[in-house]
Design a protein around this ligand. Structure first.
Ligand SMILES: [Zn+2]
Length: 450
């Protein structure tokens, strides 16, 4: 499944998708939705480790893009919106894919993803129907009557919630241009062919920014956002040679967009979009002003003029980002005994578990101290306690889920020095520290170096 044309550095083998899917299921990162009923295509459930990691990805993004900046605020808009929103945004009319059916086996495909007239499901040739347009928005009804008047859509992107709240944010925060609004939330697209694990799903989560600015500043700020977003991936340890910026060609651009670049990552399936960074002009605010009848102008004090702000939109999928972090961190090496060591070299802020507390054995002399150390540490970080099987196997289990630090309690701890061993995931180096200074010692090693 690995696409070798992506330009791998020699010896830097990428993990294949099957290995990642298997690790995610076996260790409790990601499960198939409704698995005991045979699953539901295009939906995935995050397990105990997956939910931690996903929260960490969102927190890392929010911190860099909202907390650390003085020109950004947050928002959490409802998934259900007035249906006119989607008329204004163009989604009702144009958010469609061409779809064909196989007359022989009834399978359905996106026409633009077929290479030939051979059906990928049944192998027959020339069995496709003519392409028909298929709207990707998922529909439901509000209220007790299920008719057209009650039809609403599960939002296909979070961005619209920001645009319709532009005036609310502007007046309540007294912001001046340029400023941005960030939002994290679920979106839904009725993909004809969801695939590649959590890369393309029908229910997914987005992290989107709408950065409003004066039209004259848009090109400069678009370039700045591209630099900022690339720096964010570097900060959290993503490999530079698996990331690239690719500018859209003129025929890929939306009619309203003057420039869009994709941040692409070298996934197990090859180079693919991780994030889009678009210079959207004033299309959205203009459309929502027109359809809502509300004035969405901005009065520029200095220039003494009314303008419709332009907008830069960095838009990223949480699930896709998590997949990139997992693929990027995956490593295998052979240890001194000739055994394979699987390590997720995740940045400490992204790793689902930060610390594991491991008594050397289940000996009753060790347990009270080990439980006490565990109780102290878990007040600060997500921590696991594990006393099953050999210490070597337990280190391996923690390496495989990316836990940066293990703390080992041994007989020396309880009989001699009230100190424990900290073992680092990547170097496997060990250092002995007193229990009294353990939290500080762990904190030093877990800080965000970015
Ligand atoms: Zn077929």
């Amino acid at each position: 499944m690995t696409d070798k044309k992506g330009g791998d550095a020699a010896g830097d083998a990428r993990v294949d998708m099957e290995t990642l899917v298997s690790l995610c299921k076996r260790r409790g990162f990601i499960f198939q939705s409704s698995e005991i009923y045979g699953g539901l295509a295009g939906a995935w459930d995050y397990g105990p480790l997956g939910v931690e990691m996903k929260n960490n990805v969102k927190r890392a993004w929010w911190r860099a893009n909202v907390q650390e900046r003085d020109d950004m605020v947050g928002l959490d808009a409802a998934i259900l919106m007035h249906p006119e929103v989607w008329r204004a945004s163009g989604h009702l009319d144009t958010f469609t894919d061409p779809m064909v059916d196989c007359r022989a086996c009834k399978s359905r495909f996106r026409a633009d993803e077929l290479d030939s007239d051979v059906c990928p499901s049944c192998g027959q040739r020339g069995t496709f129907t003519e392409p028909r347009m298929f709207n990707l928005m998922l529909r439901t009804f509000v209220g007790p009557v299920q008719d057209d008047a009650a039809t609403v859509y599960l939002r296909p992107e979070t961005a619209a919630g920001i645009f319709v709240n532009f005036e609310n944010v502007l007046t309540t925060t007294r912001r001046k241009l340029p400023f941005g609004v960030a939002q994290v939330g679920k979106s839904f697209r009725n993909e004809i062919t969801p695939r590649n694990f959590i890369f393309r799903t029908r229910e997914f989560e987005q992290m989107e920014i709408e950065y409003f600015c004066h039209p004259e500043d848009a090109a400069r700020l678009h370039a700045q956002w591209m630099r900022d977003r690339m720096a964010w991936y570097a900060r959290f340890g993503m490999k530079a040679d698996r990331l690239r910026l690719r500018a859209h060609t003129p025929d890929e651009l939306s009619h309203y967009s003057s420039a869009t670049s994709d941040v692409e990552y070298l996934f197990p399936i090859g180079w693919a979009e991780l994030e889009g960074i678009a210079n959207r002009g004033n299309f959205d605010l203009t459309q929502h002003a027109k359809f809502s009848g509300k004035d969405l102008n901005y009065y520029d004090d200095e220039r003494k003029e009314h303008i419709v702000p332009h907008v830069i939109e960095p838009s990223l999928g949480v699930d896709r980002c998590l997949l990139a972090f997992l693929a990027d961190a995956y490593d295998e090496e052979v240890d001194e005994k000739g055994e394979k060591r699987v390590v997720l070299r995740l940045h400490p802020q992204i790793a689902p578990v930060k610390v594991a507390v491991l008594p050397l054995s289940r000996n009753e002399k060790l347990t009270p101290t080990a439980r006490d150390v565990y109780a102290r540490v878990r007040m600060h970080w997500m921590t696991q306690y594990d006393d099953a099987q050999s210490i070597g196997r337990r280190y391996r289990r923690q390496d495989e889920i990316g836990t940066p630090l293990c703390v080992t309690v041994d007989f020396q701890t309880v009989e001699e020095d009230q100190a424990v061993t900290i073992r680092e995931r990547d170097s496997m180096a060990q250092v002995r520290v007193p229990i009294a200074g353990l939290v500080e010692a762990l904190r030093e090693r877990l800080v965000d170096v970015g």
